[in-house]
Design a protein around this ligand. Structure first.
Ligand SMILES: [Fe+2]
Length: 189
């Protein structure tokens, strides 16, 4: 079997380097490793850089929703409580997810950076990858692969009040506690 490489870093081209640097440092609890004229390398763990930002010496066009390319990058937390802790920390600093979705397989918060790129924070709803795969091959997922939106603050409060992780990470809980948009695609706009 071939040796598989690990994901090392992501590089984003931007026209607002300083704003993007501050945003990613805040979101990921990251720090600048090295920066210079038109670039900043950030990390949040042992790797020398995880996110790099580059600002070319020409005007950068705004991200078009019609352009092909990356829809989002995703970071995973070990458990729902860790995800909700980070949610609260960030909300306290005015950073809120644009799109909170109960995918069923993961509980996901999508933040949108100043350029319009989405960054997903997730926690897995199943303890084993095989269970997650089985869920994604099942009927509920086939009917609606996206899943319902939910209110992370309501979830956080319910969790603090003793609601179980199993209950809070069900699609039924999201549907029972949050009005759903008529057009699910509109949530990304
Ligand atoms: Fe994702």
């Amino acid at each position: 079997m071939a040796v598989q490489p690990k994901l090392a870093h992501v590089v984003l081209q931007t026209g607002r380097l300083a704003e993007m640097r501050e945003w990613y440092c805040a979101l990921l609890d990251a720090h600048v490793v090295v920066e210079g004229d038109g670039f900043a390398f950030l990390t949040y763990d042992q790797e020398h850089h995880r996110i790099a930002l580059v600002q070319p010496p020409f005007p950068v066009e705004p991200k078009s929703p019609l352009a092909a390319g990356m829809q989002h990058m995703a970071f995973t937390f070990d458990c729902l409580d860790d995800l909700l802790d980070r949610y609260s920390e960030l909300a306290g600093r005015g950073l809120r997810p644009k799109v909170p979705v109960q995918h069923g397989v993961t509980t996901s918060l999508y933040y949108r950076d100043p350029d319009g790129n989405f960054v997903e924070f997730q926690s897995d709803n199943f303890p084993a990858p095989e269970q997650a795969t089985a869920y994604m091959l099942g009927e509920e997922y086939a009917r609606d692969p996206l899943g319902p939106v939910f209110d992370p603050q309501t979830m956080r409060t319910a969790r603090a009040d003793g609601a179980t992780v199993d209950r809070l990470t069900s699609r039924a809980w999201a549907l029972a506690t949050q009005e759903q948009p008529a057009d699910p695609a509109s949530i990304w706009a």
